[in-house]
Design a protein around this ligand. Structure first.
Ligand SMILES: NC(=O)CC[C@H](N)C(=O)O
Length: 224
């Protein structure tokens, strides 16, 4: 599969995700600069990744400036035509800011930057239901949306991952950030735009002590 990774000023996980996709998962990777617009080398089966980081220094709200990058216009067009898009952490924030996904990522409820491993359970019924350990690193990861939007996400099976305990339960708040319904990752109704706050690209190689991230790419794209 072919992946394009958009680099914004302040992205800091672009290299990580390119390395994981290319070297750990043997996929084709093309770096993309946020000021360019050309996505003609990608088709519907390919995926554009918005990586983690601090685009434009996280001024205003995280992702609020990056959404105006020329490349984002092309990414929105690509997504609207059915192309796959994955946002990780800052990428999730950019996707919410650009309207490709509903809701918003608010400051963590404890008002602290959180950097640690968390446990996740895949919620999409098609995905394998095992508990994954994946790192998070964010200050604004508290997923929030109106009750109506949350109900719709739940009803349409758009919650991809939730923070959970070792048994995979999410009956109380297991999130590191206060997310509504322990939501860690969602997709759009059409199921071609995906996003999550945890960083699967940091857990794809045994040299890093964790390969659970591979399962995420397998769940989303059937690659491992
Ligand atoms: N790792 C990241 O992508 C960080 C996301 C964002 N800048 C935050 O702190 O919330």
């Amino acid at each position: 599969m072919k992946f394009g990774v958009v680099v914004f000023p302040g992205s800091n996980c672009d290299r990580d995700v390119m390395d994981a996709l290319k070297n750990d998962l043997q996929q084709q990777v093309i770096p993309l600069w946020h000021k360019d617009r050309d996505l003609s080398m990608f088709n519907k089966q390919d995926c554009i990744v918005l990586p983690g980081g601090f685009s434009f220094g996280d001024y205003l709200r995280c992702g609020a400036i990056a959404r105006f990058s020329p490349m984002m216009q092309s990414v929105i067009e690509f997504a609207n035509k059915g192309g796959k898009v994955l946002g990780i952490c800052n990428g999730f924030q950019i996707l919410c800011e650009s309207g490709l996904l509903p809701g918003v990522l608010l400051r963590n409820s404890n008002m602290q930057f959180v950097c640690k491993n968390v446990l996740l359970i895949g919620e999409n019924k098609k995905e394998k239901k095992n508990v994954l350990k994946i790192p998070v690193a964010h200050g604004e990861g508290r997923y929030y949306a109106s009750e109506e939007v949350i109900n719709k996400l739940e009803k349409e099976d758009q919650v991809l991952y939730r923070y959970c305990n070792t048994a995979g339960l999410f009956n109380v708040d297991y999130s590191p950030n206060g997310s509504t319904n322990n939501i860690a990752g969602i997709c759009n109704k059409e199921r071609n735009v995906f996003a999550m706050m945890p960083h699967p690209e940091r857990a794809c190689n045994s040299l890093l002590g964790n390969t659970d991230g591979r399962q995420v790419f397998l769940d989303l794209f059937s690659i491992n």
